[in-house]
Design a binder for this molecule. Structure first.
Ligand SMILES: [Zn+2]
Ligand SMILES: [Zn+2]
Length: 268
C-alpha cells in the first residue's frame, strides 16, 4: 500500500487506527466489512471528527462503542457521540454506574461482563478483567475471521490469565506507560507516583516488555505501544525497551501518539 493511502472498506477487511493515546484522551477505531467500532472515546466530538477525517471515516459510521473503564481520558466524548448518533455503548455495570453523569439515562447501554464475548457484525469482541483503580475495568481481544487484535491499557500488573488471553494475537496494542526511573525522579507528587506504580496503576516500559516476551510468536505482525506518559516516558525509551525483547522479530513496532492518529493498519 503506498504511503498515505487509505484502504477502502470491503471484503475481508479488518483494520484499525489509533486515533489518540495517552493521559489526555484515548480512542482506537477498528473496522471490518460489517462493523466499525471504537474502543474508548476520551476525545471530544470535534477532535473525533478530525481524527476520523484522516482515515476518511465519519462518526455516524460507528456501529458501537466499547469502553474499558470510566476514567475521563477514556470516556469524555461518550455523551456527545451517543447523543448525536445514538451509538450503542458496551461496557460493564461498574463502568456504567461510575460514569452515569457522563451519559444520558436513556442511552443505549449494553451491559457486558468482565469476562464476556460480544458479537458486532462480523467482529467478536472478548472482554477480560484488568487490575486498575477503576470500578470494573476490562481489556479487549477483537477477532475477525482467523485474525486477532489485542487491546490492553490501564493496568497495574500483568496476570497469568492476561498472558493467556493475549496469546496468538496478530496485532497487539499494549500499554507502555512510563519509564520507572523517570517516574521516580520526576515532578509528580508522591501519592500520584505511588498510584501509577501500584498493582492497579499503569504498566511500565519494563512490565510491557515482559508481557511482550510472554506473548510474542512468529506470526505477530504489529505491536503498538500505548498510553505513553508525556512526563514520565519518551517514545524512544519505550521503543528501545520493547525492541530489546522483540530482538530481530520482524513485527512492525511503533508508539501511539496523543495528538496524531495513525493510518489505517490492516490486521494481517
Ligand atoms: Zn487512561
Ligand atoms: Zn485509567
Amino acid at each position: 500500500m503506498p504511503a498515505g493511502a487509505t484502504p477502502q472498506k470491503g471484503k475481508n477487511i479488518f483494520q484499525f487506527s489509533v486515533l489518540a493515546s495517552g493521559s489526555k484522551g484515548n480512542s482506537v477505531y477498528i473496522e471490518s466489512e460489517q462493523a466499525s467500532i471504537l474502543i474508548d472515546i476520551g476525545i471530544g466530538p470535534r477532535v473525533l471528527k478530525k481524527r476520523l477525517e484522516h482515515i476518511r471515516r465519519e462518526p455516524q459510521e460507528i456501529t458501537a462503542l466499547f469502553l474499558t473503564h470510566e476514567h475521563s481520558d477514556h470516556i469524555s466524548g461518550a455523551g456527545a457521540l451517543t447523543k448525536k448518533h445514538s451509538t450503542p455503548i458496551y461496557g460493564t455495570r461498574g463502568t456504567r454506574e461510575a460514569m452515569h453523569r457522563h451519559v444520558s439515562p436513556d442511552v443505549d447501554w449494553r451491559t457486558i461482563q468482565q469476562e464476556d464475548e460480544t458479537i458486532v457484525g462480523d467482529l467478536m469482541v472478548e472482554s477480560f478483567a484488568t487490575p486498575h483503580d477503576a470500578a470494573e475495568s476490562v481489556a479487549y481481544v477483537v477477532r475477525c475471521g482467523s485474525k486477532k487484535l489485542g487491546h490492553i491499557t490501564d493496568l497495574g500488573k500483568v496476570t497469568p490469565s492476561i498472558v493467556e488471553k493475549l496469546q496468538d494475537c496478530d496485532t497487539l496494542l499494549v500499554e507502555s506507560n512510563h519509564d520507572e526511573r523517570m517516574l521516580v525522579d520526576g515532578f509528580y507528587p508522591w501519592p500520584l507516583k505511588q498510584r501509577i506504580q501500584s498493582d492497579v496503576g499503569h504498566l511500565s516500559n519494563t512490565a510491557c516488555a515482559d508481557l511482550l516476551k510472554q506473548v510474542k510468536h512468529d506470526a505477530l505482525k504489529t505491536v503498538v505501544l500505548m498510553h505513553l506518559s508525556e512526563s514520565n516516558n519518551h517514545p524512544e525509551i519505550a521503543m528501545d525497551s520493547a525492541r530489546r525483547v522483540l530482538g530481530d522479530h520482524p513485527a512492525t513496532l511503533f508508539p501511539a501518539r496523543q495528538k496524531h492518529p495513525s493510518v489505517l493498519i490492516p490486521v494481517v
